[in-house]
Design a protein. Sequence first.
Lengths: 111, 114
Amino acid sequence: SQQGEEDPQALSIQEGENATMNCSYKTSINNLQWYRQNSGRGLVHLILIRSNEREKHSGRLRVTLDTSKKSSSLLITASRAADTASYFCASLETSGSRLTFGEGTQLTVNP
Amino acid sequence: GAGVSQSPSNKVTEKGKDVELRCDPISGHTALYWYRQSLGQGLEFLIYFQGNSAPDKSGLPSDRFSAERTGGSVSTLTIQRTQQEDSAVYLCASSLVGSIETQYFGPGTRLLVL
């Protein structure tokens, strides 16, 4: 079963706006990762944040992690139409050897 | 270098038939994962191979599902006596050490059971 929950399930914004997606998890984690998926095909890794980190940046992406609330957020700044995709968080439990994926957020950026 | 490849890209089969899905991981990656994704859903873990260790099969939904990894490289996921509920995209991923590291995904095989 999926331990990750993401909200919103769907998000529609205009080009140039910022998009924020949230993810919650249930157990203690080693790290949390965000992936992007276009058209129901393979996923592309975006960013990894470790349990001892609180914030990380990569280009227009900003990820935060709050282990006390067991939650993470992904912020995409100055969005572009090409950012339209599904975004998934995936957590690695400290006692586990595999990632548990959330249900995903479908982001639509309108030109 | 080449990424993870999967074949076939699409597979249509009749209920009750067996299917084999193939995954070629990135060369040198010791960890290999299979996931299933139903339409509009997240990824469901199926099985995990790490080096020569016994695979983690805890995600396989029934005994109709099995997977092998030969020579620590290519993997085959086999579904016997397919059912309509097996219809999904089957994704393979590989990583260098384990899921502590980034997973690299293949394009997936879209399976449709009629």
